[in-house]
Design a protein around this ligand. Structure first.
Ligand SMILES: Cc1cc2nc3c(=O)[nH]c(=O)nc-3n(C[C@H](O)[C@H](O)[C@H](O)COP(=O)(O)O)c2cc1C
Length: 323
């Protein structure tokens, strides 16, 4: 007996795109555009939303796109379909980052269902975390999540954690000296933020111990910022890939989102800390571990209070019309 494949409706795929737009992105730049074509959702880079000062090569733009692609995959799967994912199907220079096609209907895998449930709850948390280390079983799940997307997640020991935090502080200082850095940060943060960028409230309090080098999204805010002591010994993770091409950046973004959704599901709060991977000389220092890999992101993880969700652009701004 043969069964007829009923592709997901446009309404269902539009809902999946809406989920994809909740993905994290550098400074909440949301550098993505989507087109629905039959059972396929095409994900395009929006180069006008690249941040040329901190991300001249577009590496973090493609990480952000990868995070959206992973979220889309999970949403299509939750809608009851297997997916076929083609990364950079028109070659590495094309703005077409991925094509995600719903193939045959499939029962929902409970592990993916858990990630799907975490999608609306995941958010970046820039507040203090409890002084409790991440449980080894939880770290094991995060590591598996990265591995499932062809990436490696390393939890740092105290010596390398302290070295990375120091590198992040140094990198932050160097970034502040880059011409245009301040204007770029101003463009993407503060009180005027509506549908994109990081609103002042999401910057979190100031770390009274100055232990955690969180990017200062509130520096242009006229309001006084509360000070709170952060955990003195944060849990620091490094996400790395084997190579460092656009394809690897897309993979790293998928791994990042799989790790972040897994963390959300485990009740862990997370903060991406990308200053050390935005300064090539500092990034090279992170590259050696595991040997021969390219560091793509530094993450802080722990147990924290709910921080809140940042805005997203409406679908009308990110959907391309049919050809
Ligand atoms: C590639 C990338 C780099 C990021 N770098 C930082 C960072 O250095 N500091 C930070 O506080 N958040 C960072 N973030 C988190 C974004 O600012 C955040 O995802 C965005 O503002 C949307 O907010 P949400 O994650 O709460 O949905 C980064 C996210 C991505 C995907």
């Amino acid at each position: 007996m043969s069964t007829t494949f009923v592709p997901p409706s446009r309404r269902v795929l539009t809902g999946c795109v809406r989920s994809a737009t909740t993905a994290p992105s550098l400074h909440n730049s949301q550098p993505w555009l989507f087109r629905i074509a039959g059972p396929t959702v095409e994900v395009y880079a929006d180069p006008a939303r690249r941040l040329p000062v901190v991300d001249p090569a577009g590496r973090e733009l493609f990480l952000s796109l990868g995070a959206a692609v992973f979220t889309l995959r999970v949403a299509v799967h939750q809608a009851g379909y297997r997916t076929l994912v083609e990364l950079l199907p028109d070659g590495p220079e094309s703005t077409l980052a991925a094509r995600v096609t719903a193939t045959q209907p499939a029962p929902v895998d409970p592990a993916i269902e858990a990630l799907a449930e975490a999608i609306p709850h995941r958010h970046t948390n820039r507040g203090p975390f409890a002084q409790v280390p991440v449980r080894p079983e939880a770290f094991g799940r995060l590591r598996q999540a990265a591995r499932a997307e062809d990436a490696v997640l390393r939890m740092t020991d105290p010596a390398s954690r302290d070295a990375i935090l120091e590198m992040a502080r140094t990198a932050d200082g160097w970034l502040r000296q880059r011409p245009g850095y301040e204007q770029e940060l101003r463009r993407w943060s503060g009180g005027k933020v509506r549908h994109d960028g990081v609103p002042t409230w999401a910057a979190g309090p100031w770390d009274a111990l100055q232990a955690v080098p969180i990017r200062d999204f509130a520096q242009f805010s006229p309001q006084p910022r509360p000070r709170e002591p952060f955990e003195p010994h944060p849990t620091i993770l490094v996400l790395a890939t084997e190579d460092d091409t656009r394809l690897d950046w897309l993979r790293a973004g998928q791994a990042l989102q799989r790790v972040l959704l897994t963390a959300t599901w485990l009740g862990l709060a997370t903060t991406p800390i990308s200053q050390p991977v935005e300064v090539p000389a500092v990034r090279r220092l992170l590259a050696g571990s595991p040997p021969g890999t390219s560091a793509q992101m530094v993450l802080r993880a722990g147990y924290g209070r709910f921080a809140g969700r940042t805005p997203r652009r409406p679908l009308s701004e990110v959907m391309l019309h049919d050809r």
